[in-house]
Ligand binder design. Sequence first.
Ligand code: GDP
Length: 441
Amino acid sequence: MFNNLGDRFKDIFKKVSGQGKLTENNMKDALREVRLALLEADVNYSVAKNFVAKIREKALGEQVISGVNPTQQFIKIVNDELVEVLGGSNVSIAKADKNPTIVMLSGLQGAGKTTFSGKLAKHLKSKGEKPFLIGADVYRPAAKKQLKVLGEQVKVPVFTIDESTDAVEIVKQGIEASKNEHATYVIIDTAGRLHIDEQLMNELQDIKDSFNPNEILLVVDGMTGQDAVNVAKEFNEQLDITGVVLTKLDGDTRGGAALSVKEVAGKPIKFISEGEKLDDIAPFHPDRLASRILGMGDVVSLVEKAQEAIDEKEAKKMEEKFRKNQFDFEDFLKQFKMIRKMGSIAGIMKMIPGVDTSMIDMGMAEKEMKKVEAIIFSMTVQERRDPKLLKNGSRKMRIAKGSGVQVNDVNKLIKQFEQMKQMMKMFNSGGIPGLGGGFMK
Ligand code: GDP
């Protein structure tokens, strides 16, 4: 998503570069191209028009800042405007004063509502909450079953009444049942239709009136572009939703929906979903998406991912080992696993600004990692715990054979490992100021 728009912006920035100062005249072409780029990305017409008007106003009104060139200033203005149009800042999911917080999900059939119920449950669980799912999609035949399967996968209780088509009754009993489980969040999967119709809206309105949800999220299919935006507008007018979930942003969507929803429908995007897997959910951060569009990478979400992947307790233990210089190959292997949890190398690299992933052979990087892993796997536990044993040539030969590499590769890994330990020793002895401890955090 957004690759094209990002490329277009890069081209526009290139054309602006070299200008001494931003003027009405030299901005004209750039602004026209910004507008075209937005329209090509399927951004709503009046959103695109406003966007350009605001950039123009800011660019011409801006004082020249010393130490910054006009292109950089222009990029900053575009970035800020993108953040603005995407909603400004992250609006997190509501949390009621009293448990459980009730989250009602709505949306058209196929938007990804049921899948999102499972994703949200998993997400909330990872934040230490106790979610509880209620299957009240009484319209799509397989929806209740699908929710039960998802519930099992994420180990979250699911309540539904198979034979009932009375959504309000299901939710009523479900909320009661959630109290026995001491749930902190109740997520209600409601029915969708292929199109917005009166019956659907009445049903949703009934649930809303009966239970007064803390959060009414509308799930829309990002691939449907401006249709998604119109659906959001209409749902909001009829149901006064609290936020939008934009799904399927992994597909080849041009991204226009994300850029138009807030302004057209008036409600913030709270989550985006970029895949069918249960982990493919992320709270929506306008600033991060803006920097992703402009190709500046997304370090913040990289760090967040790392934080999620790294087990705090394990990290503390590892740090202690570093401090005492007891770090061995078993720990090394554990570190590898943590990195793996963050996703593929390619995925991680893409998020780092300034890294041109087309220049890196990702296949090679993955292969190198696998090779190192294979070598360590071929060591005995004793060898892993006491790397000194590896000075022995026949041991190295055995390991090389076992992992299908050259002895040279084993030597290289041992050498790198020793260098790393040396470095840690230096940090810990205060050899390099400001780097003592904390390495793993
Ligand atoms: P519902 O009718 O709104 O409950 O829709 P479902 O949750 O059953 O989803 C419809 C289809 O979209 C399913 O095949 C999902 O696997 C798929 N889907 C849901 N979210 C995403 C997403 O973010 N990306 C992709 N590629 N597919 C998704």
